[in-house]
Write a protein that binds this ligand. Sequence first.
Ligand SMILES: [Zn+2]
Length: 338
Amino acid sequence: MRARHILEHSGEAALKLIAVGGVAIIALLTLLAQGMQKGLEPNEAQRSGSVQGQSRFDSARAFRDLGKILALGPRPSGSESHTRMREYIKRELSIAGLAVREHSFTANTPLGPVPMVNLVATVSGSVDGVIVITNHYDTKFFREFTFVGANDGGSTAAWMIELGRALGPQRQGRSIWLCWLDGEEAFVEWSATDGLYGSRSFVSELVRDKQIAKIKAVINVDMIGDCYLGIFGDPGAPSWLSNAIWAKAQVLGYGKHFLTVPLEIEDDHVPFRRAGLPALELIDFRYGGSVADHNRNWHTPQDTIDRVCPGSLQAVGDVIYHALPDIDAALNAGNARR
Ligand SMILES: [Zn+2]
């Protein structure tokens, strides 16, 4: 996979990266050189400590989901294993009482047309408006090796099944759409037309159907299963939305996993942002304890379940679960302008 990097430095802590498709090696090396990795430890320590405000999110269940998903093998868009994964997600959500709908479309990829399906589960709210939480559930297609994507494509798909269970079919506040987006990964080389198939299709459908105005906030979650959890700040996100999440992480004792280092990256939040919606990317784009680990683990056969920790899924689950009422409150207060 090839990528384009744009680096801008302003002050020693500020680092901006636009990683098209995400190979952020140069920027990450810079990050390391700046000594910005303090506070990142394996999440086992976090798990053993007492954490206040744990939610109904149960990372043990999420981890079991992840094991079942990974047992299906590689899950590129359009594959039989990906279809079976989708059936598994739908089954678990229906047990949890959530309504699920499918958005099917055909993606024109460099390898030809590929049938794709976005899955959307609804938590019905008591007031108008929707908060959308997205992840991608495809794994990148590799001919030359077996890629199971335990973190990249697996962890967030399992995480969001459990978030659906924790939230349940109804809530006070806005409705939540939990979206498993198809086709995030590029088939050949990341570009404006190869990658983000599911999010681009979903957003244009919402615009076409005049549904886009219902959506008040978007959070995309990617690669948050890393045992060395460190989520970068999103400089393109509105501050009211970032603040709701980062402040909650502090309160719950997860602050060290939510970094102040900004990283701008192209992912499934981008089509929503281009449509004018307040959107935030939650990504741990240094997979492992070091930059060298990241380069070994990301989009390689090493992206396996032993590098994913339940404690990381728990941290992000607790934070998002408890941040949602604050996001509602910020929206009620009229803080959301974009
Ligand atoms: Zn990927």
